[in-house]
Design a protein around this ligand. Structure first.
Ligand code: FES
Ligand code: FES
Length: 152
């Protein structure tokens, strides 16, 4: 066990875990942040996506020992039910949520895209989300929600 000091959603947090513990496990099991989801556990589906220093990262394959003091943001750090972020509200407005498996990854990946490119084309949205697996029928609505969030 090693003690790690982390910066998560703007707050200092301390955990005692093994060095190879995935960041996803720390967020969910030690810090009670259930926005990031366990999907494949292999870096292939995107369900566990968080931001590390503003970049989308797959927390299931990010050992806690590699995170350091870099800022980690989870879905909870974007907004809340009472005060959703613009991208979260857009997913609600466009009814882009169905089973929920992909939603965290879609929203976190979209938020990182919009932070770097505030006015993406539909093709750029689709390219950014291409690595996020989904199993429901809301893909076009997800793209519409991202484009909606990009509007002024
Ligand atoms: S759970 Fe991390 S990419 Fe699938
Ligand atoms: S809402 Fe079911 S996979 Fe995306």
């Amino acid at each position: 066990m090693t003690r790690y000091a982390l910066k998560v959603n703007g707050q200092s947090r301390t955990v005692d875990v093994d060095d190879d513990t995935p960041l996803l496990y720390v967020l969910r099991n030690d810090l009670g942040l259930h926005g990031p989801k366990y999907g494949c556990g292999l870096g292939q589906c995107g369900a566990c996506t968080v931001h590390i220093e503003g970049q989308a990262a797959r927390s299931c394959i990010t050992p806690i020992g590699t995170v350091g003091w870099r800022a980690v943001t989870t879905l909870e750090g974007l907004g809340s039910s009472a005060r959703p972020a613009k991208i979260q509200q857009a997913f609600i407005d466009k009814q882009a949520l169905q089973c929920g498996y992909c939603c965290n990854g879609m929203i976190m990946t979209s938020a990182a895209l919009l932070a770097n490119k505030p006015k993406p084309t539909e093709e750029e949205v689709k390219a950014a989300l291409a690595g996020n697996l989904r199993r429901c029928g809301t893909y076009q609505r997800i793209c519409d929600a991202v484009l909606h969030a990009a509007q002024d």
